[in-house]
Write a protein that binds this ligand. Structure first.
Ligand code: AHR
Length: 383
C-alpha cells in the first residue's frame, strides 16, 4: 500500500468536501466528498476559486501518484465478497466498486461473486485473508454468522469495510456504508397511508414479496412496513420470499394470484426485479395494477428500469436504495491509511419516487418527507 498516495487522496477529499459543502447537512447522509454534488460542480465551473484550483491540483497529483504506484507495483490490494448478481441494483453496486477500485486508480481488486451462498461468502473472505490483502469489503448476504471470520480478519490485521447490508452479530469491522432499510419500509407504509386517504381507499389487504430471508435489507423493509400496517390495522395476507430475483417475484406472485384471487389491493415487492416478475404474473392472471387500477404496486430500489415502470403507470411508488457506495468506501480507506478513525456508520442519500398523482405528503417519525417526480431526466440520471 502506498501511504503517500492515500494521504494525498485524503487531502483532496477534504478540500473537495469543503467545496461541496460536506458536513453541513443535518441529515444522516454523508456525501462522497471525492464526488462533489452537481450543484457544487456547476457553481465551481461558474466561479473558479482557489479551493477548486487546489482540488484540481491535488487530483492531478493523485492521478500521477496512482500511475506511479501501478508502475512500481505498489497497488492497494482489496478483496470484495459481493452477494451475487440477483438484481439490477446488484449490477450497479458491482460496477460502482469495479470503477472506483480500478487498476488505473491504483488498486488491485479481487472480486468474488458469492451467488447468494453464505458459505461461499465466508470462504471468499478467508481466501482474502490467506492472500494477505490490504482491505476486505463485504456485502453480507445475511446479517448473522460473522463474528468468527471477522475475528480472523482482525487477527490478520486486515481492516474490513461492510457495505449495503448490515452485520448484526459482530462489530469487528472498521466501517459500514449503506442504506437505512427500516426507514425505507417505514416510508413505503407512511406513503401508502397518505395515498389511500387521498384516494378514499378504506381497507388495505396487502401481499408482500420479501427479499432474501435474513438479509438486513429484507428484515428492515419488512419491519418498517409491518410497523405501519399494525398501527393502521391493515391486513398483511401473506409474506413469502422472492429472493430479490425476477424469477422469484414471478413465482410467488403466480401462487398469490391463485390463493388470493380478488382479495388483495396492495402488492409490496422488496425490490424492482421482484416487481418485474410480479407484473408478469399479474398480467398473465389479468390483474390490473398501478395508479388508478385495482392493485397498488409498491417497489424498492428505484433502478432505471423500475423508474421506467413508474413513469409507465405500472409501479405506483418506488423507494430508493442507493447502490453507489464505492466512493464512500474509498474515503474510509483513505482515512484508515492516514491513521484516522472513520465514522462507524455512513448512511447514503435516498429518494422516494412517484408520478404527480401519487405524490403525497407524509412524515416518518415526525420528519416530513419529500417525494421526487419521475421524469425522463430523473430516469436518465439513475443507475
Ligand atoms: O441489499 C440490497 C438489496 O439487495 C437490493 O434491494 C436488492 O435489489 C438487492 O438484491
Amino acid at each position: 500500500m502506498k501511504k503517500k498516495l492515500l494521504s494525498l487522496v485524503l487531502s483532496a477529499v477534504m478540500v473537495a468536501g469543503l467545496v461541496a459543502g460536506c458536513g453541513s447537512s443535518a441529515s444522516q447522509t454523508t456525501e462522497p466528498a471525492a464526488e462533489p454534488t452537481e450543484a457544487a460542480a456547476t457553481e465551481a465551473a461558474a466561479e473558479p476559486t482557489e479551493e477548486v484550483a487546489d482540488v484540481e491540483a491535488a487530483e492531478a497529483e493523485i492521478a500521477k501518484e496512482a500511475a506511479d504506484a501501478v508502475a512500481d507495483g505498489e497497488t492497494i490490494t482489496i478483496g470484495f465478497a459481493q452477494v451475487g448478481h440477483e438484481s439490477d441494483w446488484r449490477t450497479a453496486s458491482t460496477k460502482s466498486c469495479q470503477d472506483v477500485f480500478s487498476a488505473d486508480n491504483g488498486y488491485d481488486l479481487t472480486f468474488v461473486d458469492c451467488d447468494n451462498d453464505s458459505a461461499a461468502q465466508l470462504e471468499a473472505v478467508r481466501g482474502f485473508i490467506e492472500q494477505g490483502l490490504d482491505y476486505i469489503i463485504i456485502d453480507p448476504i445475511v446479517s448473522t454468522g460473522w463474528d468468527t471470520v471477522l475475528t480472523e480478519c482482525e487477527d490478520a490485521g486486515i481492516p474490513v469495510i461492510v457495505i449495503d447490508r448490515t452485520i448484526d452479530d459482530s462489530d469487528k469491522y472498521a466501517a459500514w456504508v449503506g442504506s437505512n432499510f427500516k426507514t425505507e419500509g417505514l416510508a413505503a407504509g407512511e406513503w401508502l397511508k397518505a395515498y389511500a386517504e387521498k384516494n378514499g381507499i378504506k381497507e388495505i389487504n396487502a401481499l408482500v414479496i420479501s427479499g432474501t430471508t435474513g438479509a438486513s435489507a429484507q428484515i428492515g423493509r419488512s419491519d418498517g412496513f409491518k410497523e405501519i400496517a399494525d398501527r393502521e390495522g391493515w391486513t398483511i395476507l401473506d409474506e413469502q420470499t422472492g429472493d430479490f430475483t425476477e424469477e422469484g417475484g414471478q413465482q410467488v406472485m403466480e401462487s398469490y394470484c391463485k390463493s388470493y384471487d380478488g382479495k388483495f389491493n396492495v402488492v409490496v415487492c422488496q425490490n424492482d426485479n421482484e416487481a418485474f416478475g410480479a407484473m408478469t404474473a399479474m398480467d398473465n392472471a389479468g390483474v390490473k395494477y398501478g395508479p388508478g387500477n385495482d392493485v397498488i404496486l409498491i417497489s424498492f430500489d428505484a433502478c432505471t428500469a423500475g423508474l421506467e415502470d413508474v413513469k409507465a403507470g405500472k409501479i405506483t411508488a418506488d423507494f430508493e436504495c442507493n447502490p453507489l457506495a464505492a466512493p464512500f468506501v474509498e474515503e474510509v480507506i483513505a482515512q484508515l491509511a492516514a491513521g484516522e478513525e472513520p465514522e462507524k456508520e455512513v448512511y447514503m442519500e435516498e429518494h422516494w419516487y412517484a408520478l404527480p398523482d401519487a405524490i403525497v405528503d407524509f412524515s416518518i417519525d415526525g420528519e416530513a418527507q419529500t417525494m421526487t417526480e419521475v421524469t425522463d431526466d430523473v430516469i436518465a440520471a439513475q443507475y
